[in-house]
Write a protein that binds this ligand. Structure first.
Ligand code: VGL
Ligand code: ZN
Length: 198
C-alpha cells in the first residue's frame, strides 16, 4: 500500500515565516487535493528547542546560511525556525489535517540537526517512521512538502534506503535553492526514485 508523507508544511517555511521557501504556499491546494488518494497520510514536523545548534543565533560571529562543523558533521546555520510551541512551528492553517493519522517530530535534540523524517543527520537516532510505515503495511511512499532540497530530499533518500519505493511529487514541493534541488534530484533518480509532475 501507498502512503503520502507531508514534510514540514509549517508556517516558518511559508512566506512570512523565518525560513520561508519561495512559493511554498503554492503547494497547499494540491497537497490537500492529493490526500484523499492515499490510504494513509503521515506528516513530519520540524520541532526545535530554542537553543538548537543549527541556529546561527547560537554561534556568535557566524552568519545565517554559513557552514560550520557541528560535532563532526557539516552544518548550515539557519535563522531560528520551528521553535517548539511557537506559531512558526505550527502547520499551515490552510493544510487540511483531518486525514493525517500520525505526526513524526524531528530536530528535537539540540546538538544535531534532522532533515529527514526518518533519522537525524548523523543517522544515529531513528524517529520510528520506517517501522511505523512497515507496521501499517506500506511499501511505497509519495513525498511532498518543504523544502524540496532539504527535508523532502533527505526523507526520500532515507525512504529508499529503508526499502520503500519512492515517488517524489514535484508539483507539491518547493526548493530553497534551484541548484540545490537539481543536484538532489539527480541523486534521487540514481537511487531509483520516481518523479511525478502532478
Ligand atoms: C528544513 C532547513 C532546516 C526543511 C528544516 O524542512 O527543509 N530546512 N530545517
Ligand atoms: Zn530545522
Amino acid at each position: 500500500m501507498k502512503a503520502l508523507l507531508l514534510i514540514d508544511i509549517q508556517l516558518d517555511f511559508l512566506p512570512g515565516g523565518s525560513l520561508a521557501v519561495p512559493g511554498g504556499h503554492e503547494i497547499l491546494p494540491l497537497v490537500n487535493q492529493l490526500q484523499p488518494r492515499y490510504e494513509l497520510v503521515v506528516a513530519t514536523q520540524d520541532w526545535h528547542p530554542a537553543n538548537h545548534q543549527s541556529f546561527a543565533s547560537q554561534h556568535p560571529g557566524h552568519p545565517v546560511f554559513s557552514q560550520i562543523d557541528l560535532h563532526g558533521l557539516p552544518q548550515t546555520l539557519w535563522p531560528d525556525h520551528c521553535v517548539q510551541g511557537t506559531p512558526g512551528a505550527e502547520f499551515s492553517p490552510q493544510l487540511d489535517q483531518h486525514r493525517i493519522e500520525a505526526i513524526f517530530r524531528k530536530g528535537t535534540s539540540p546538538e544535531i540537526d534532522s532533515y529527514s523524517g526518518f533519522f537525524d543527520n548523523g543517522h544515529r537516532k531513528s524517529t520510528g517512521l520506517a517501522d511505523y510505515l512497515r507496521g501499517r503495511g506500506v511499501q511505497e511512499v509519495h513525498v511532498c512538502g518543504l523544502a524540496a532540497d532539504y527535508c523532502v530530499y533527505f526523507s526520500a533518500l532515507d525512504a529508499l534506503q529503508e526499502g520503500f519505493a519512492v515517488v517524489f511529487l514535484e508539483a507539491a514541493t518547493r526548493a530553497i535553492s534551484p541548484e540545490g534541488y537539481q543536484q538532489a534530484r539527480r541523486q534521487l533518480e540514481q537511487r531509483g526514485a520516481q518523479f511525478a509532475a502532478e
